[in-house]
Design a protein around this ligand. Structure first.
Ligand code: ATP
Length: 634
């Protein structure tokens, strides 16, 4: 029988201004809020020409097209942590695909629409190639910076060497449909609204949380079974197509294609505008782009150099003093102002809801945490008796760092229901051993089998599929996400996340649910993980790892830095996991008393070799163990 539990908690964590607004209006529902905001913005867009002159509309139309490209920079850099200078090149691909087509080959509305689509497809293909070059497994973070720096340079060279065909440095004039300035203003503003709303729906969805998780701790994501390379390549592909859409539409507005729309300077400006406004907020890059372009047009004519100097100076100041950008700083100020009103309203809503449905609003809006249909229930077995077939086998595993041999011919078998304590002095090779089990690319020699599957040279995200999960030595959680979102991201390996829906519940398998309950995390589901105590972070990471439903659980000093009570709680969870849920646990610990309390078997490592391997009862008091820990010579 599945064990079901519901916990009601207040959803208070608000990170971006947009999220603060959504959270403020939460009872109206996320979709209703998005719809309401869209209607307001459309009305504002339609009414604004009444107060804006034609010059202002023209400048703003240009800024709106640029802002679409800035949104793609924000999705990549602000949300996912991929710093890119190359979005200008995709904008340029859009500009030149449509310009060359209209200048030489096609004409008419349908053909123009077809060329915009072709530009998006072409940019998406280039984006996919750039993504693959930048993010292939084991690519270092510097790759993307180099590739995206090179891209606008290559693009500009192609345009400049194209002679009269591309217009070279003089630009390529094209025949464009005649539309009034106000009509262009509506088109540019409408397109920006559409892209901004789509981007907001995406980043505030469950899949959007995964992007932030990648930004916060990509390694943890990989060890949670997420193929981060593939996710980033897909995102780069989509962002390239959107930037091309902006460029393709922009050239119809400007009627001249110029190489500066795809060059490195424009690529850097997009990054600067995004940083000034506030990355990772969507609204920040839009306001940053529109603000800088608008003021540039007003001041740039009279004070061209001083204005550029001012923008550069402002950029440096913001990076140093407001690293999150201007909009989050303003948002924080505003939220301090509205907090009393919000608290008052929340109290009113809570009281009303508590009256209607006792308990459901006890602490605010309902966010449920429930156990998954209990596949693990079938794993319950006889307490303390290991299964016959090993779930983990190591044959002659060796690991060398240059001339240093960290592991030497380690062979080991482990079974369900066992807690194997791996002990040994510092530098014995304990962490290296866990690394070799969780990542096929780590070991130098030998073989590792998980549930009968050879892990060969597979990366950690593929090893997770065989049933192995690893908890790191220091707590590895996603600091910017709430506890609930961390659990949801961890669970996304089993249950794919939606790119538009924002779920308010997360289904967890029973062991993960137990870890959450025992550690008291149920009362902190909407706390930011970065604000948790060390012990709570350790428990959260354990719950995240258990959300993978592993059969082999690798724990590297899970009680380091914990209080006595926290240690006892974790100990009871681990014992329960092995006994009731039949997990095989490999545990590195320096606290010998803790190891004695919960292990069923001990493996002693010394200088990369297994010195002793046997049941706790037989070897716990051996002279060897005493000498290793007390410093004797046995
Ligand atoms: P501790 O208890 O201090 O965590 P450990 O038993 O886990 O130690 P490992 O971290 O596995 O030991 O290290 C085993 C040996 O390999 C040590 O001598 C260490 O210095 C070395 N080592 C570990 N990682 C690397 C690395 N990335 N490059 C070079 N040497 C390394």
């Amino acid at each position: 029988m599945a064990h079901h539990q519901k916990t009601d908690v207040l959803m208070t964590a608000s990170r971006t201004l947009a999220e603060q607004i959504t959270s403020f209006l939460r009872p109206a529902g996320r979709w209703l809020t998005i719809f309401g905001a869209s209607v307001l913005l459309v009305a504002f867009l339609l009414a604004s020409p009444m107060v804006l002159g034609e010059y202002a509309q023209q400048i703003l139309s240009q800024a709106f097209f640029f802002a679409i490209a800035a949104i793609t920079v924000d999705l990549l850099w602000g949300y996912t942590g991929v710093l890119t200078f190359g979005q200008s090149a995709f904008f340029g691909i859009g500009v030149y695909t449509v310009a060359i087509a209209l200048a030489y080959y096609v004409d008419g509305a349908l053909a123009t629409a077809g060329m915009i689509f072709a530009a998006m497809v072409g940019a998406a293909l280039v984006g996919a190639a750039v993504g693959w070059l930048s993010f292939w497994d084991r690519a270092s973070p510097i790759y993307v910076a180099i590739v995206t720096l090179a891209l606008p340079v290559v693009f500009t060279q192609i345009i400049l060497s194209g002679g009269a065909y591309t217009g070279s440095s003089s630009g390529l004039p094209i025949p464009v449909p005649f539309l009034s300035i106000t009509e262009w203003y509506y088109i540019a503003g409408g397109l920006l609204l559409l892209v901004a709303i789509g981007a907001y729906v995406f980043v505030s969805s469950d899949a959007g949380r995964v992007l932030v998780a990648i930004r916060e701790n990509e390694e943890r994501c990989r060890y949670l079974g997420l193929n981060t390379s593939r996710l980033k390549i897909r995102l780069m592909t989509a962002c390239s197509a959107i930037a091309a859409l902006a460029g393709a539409s922009y050239v119809l507005f400007s009627s001249v294609a110029a190489h500066s729309y795809g060059d490195f300077v424009f690529g850097t400006e997009l990054v600067v505008w995004t940083a000034l406004g506030g990355r990772g907020t969507l609204i920040g890059p839009i306001l940053g782009t529109v603000g800088v372009n608008y003021v540039s047009a007003l001041l740039g004519g009279n004070l061209p150099f001083i204005w550029l100097l001012f923008v550069g100076f402002a950029f440096v100041l913001v990076v140093v003093y407001l690293p999150q950008g201007l909009v989050p700083a303003i948002g924080q100020g505003l939220s301090m102002l509205v907090r009393p009103i919000r608290q008052l309203l929340n109290r009113g809503w809570n009281a009303a809801a508590a009256g209607a449905q006792p308990g459901a609003w006890a602490a605010g809006a309902a966010v449920a945490l429930s156990s998954a249909a209990d596949a693990l229930g079938q794993r319950r077995g006889v307490i303390g008796v290991p299964d016959e077939a090993p779930v983990l086998e190591l044959h002659d595993v060796g690991m060398q760092y240059g001339s240093l041999v960290a592991l030497h011919g380690v062979s080991l078998k482990a079974y369900r229901g066992e807690v194997v304590g791996i002990i040994g002095p510092n530098g014995a090779g304990k962490t290296t051993l866990l690394r070799c089990i969780a990542d096929g690319r780590e070991r130098s020699t030998g073989e590792v089998l998980i549930n009968g599957h050879r892990i060969d040279r597979l990366p950690p995200q593929r090893c997770v599929a065989f049933g192995v999960s690893r908890k790191f030595q220091t707590p590895n959680v996603f600091d910017a996400l709430t506890v609930l979102d961390c659990l949801r991201v961890a669970r996304s390996y089993r249950k794919p996340t939606s790119p538009w829906r924002r779920s308010r519940t997360v289904e967890l398998p029973e062991p993960a649910l137990e870890a959450v309950e025992v550690s008291g995390l149920t009362t902190m589901l909407n706390e930011r993980a970065g604000h948790l105590s060390h012990g709570a972070k350790q428990a959260l990471e354990l719950a995240m790892v258990l959300a993978q439903e592993p059969t082999v659980l690798l724990l590297d000093e899970p009680t380091a830095g914990l209080t006595r009570d926290e240690r006892a709680a974790i100990g009871s969870v681990l014992t329960e996991l092995a006994q009731s849920h039949r997990l095989c646990i490999l545990l590195i610990e320096h606290d010998l008393d803790f190891v004695r309390e919960i292990s069923t078997r001990l493996v002693v490592l010394h200088m990369g070799k297994v010195l002793l391997d046997g049941p706790l009862s037989e070897i716990a008091d051996s002279d060897l163990i005493r000498s290793i820990y007390v410093g004797g010579t046995a």
